[in-house]
Design a protein around this ligand. Structure first.
Ligand code: ZN
Length: 135
């Protein structure tokens, strides 16, 4: 794994959270993107070579809606940039970490993504992501 690509934070109200994080970080978000397949609307802030990704649910069936219901707002996942997502998925699966899907899928920010279950990673949902051009 190369670096922390971003930290995902679940929020109830994306507009409010954008204003809050703009005040906190001293900069505006640089894009908003809806990932229809995941039921989320995301917003990104640049932080050096990493990012903050705010995640809001687009409907009651969204995984973010379920997360907010169970745990409230807060850190939702940590995403690590990788060069070869399939190789990293194999490596982690062989090490006993539980993948949430068999194949990488297209996530926000034009990346291939794959998630690992928090119960095998000390309670933190882990995302791997790889730039799409490299996949
Ligand atoms: Zn993410």
């Amino acid at each position: 794994m190369k670096k922390i690509e971003h930290i995902g934070i679940a929020v109830r109200d994306l507009a409010k959270a954008n204003a809050l994080f703009a005040a906190l970080l001293g900069r505006e978000h640089y894009k908003v993107e809806e990932v229809v397949s995941e039921g989320v609307k995301t917003s990104f802030f640049e932080m050096g070579e990493s990012k903050i990704e705010l995640l809001a649910a687009t409907g009651p069936d969204s995984p973010i809606a379920r997360f907010l219901e169970k745990r409230g707002e807060g850190v939702h996942h940590i995403a690590f940039a990788v060069d070869d997502i399939r190789a990293e998925m194999r490596r982690l699966a062989e090490a006993g970490f539980q993948p949430l899907q068999e194949e990488p899928r297209l996530g926000a920010d034009g990346k291939w993504v794959a998630f690992f279950h928090p119960k095998t990673t000390a309670g933190v949902l882990i995302e791997l992501c790889q730039d799409r051009e490299e996949a």
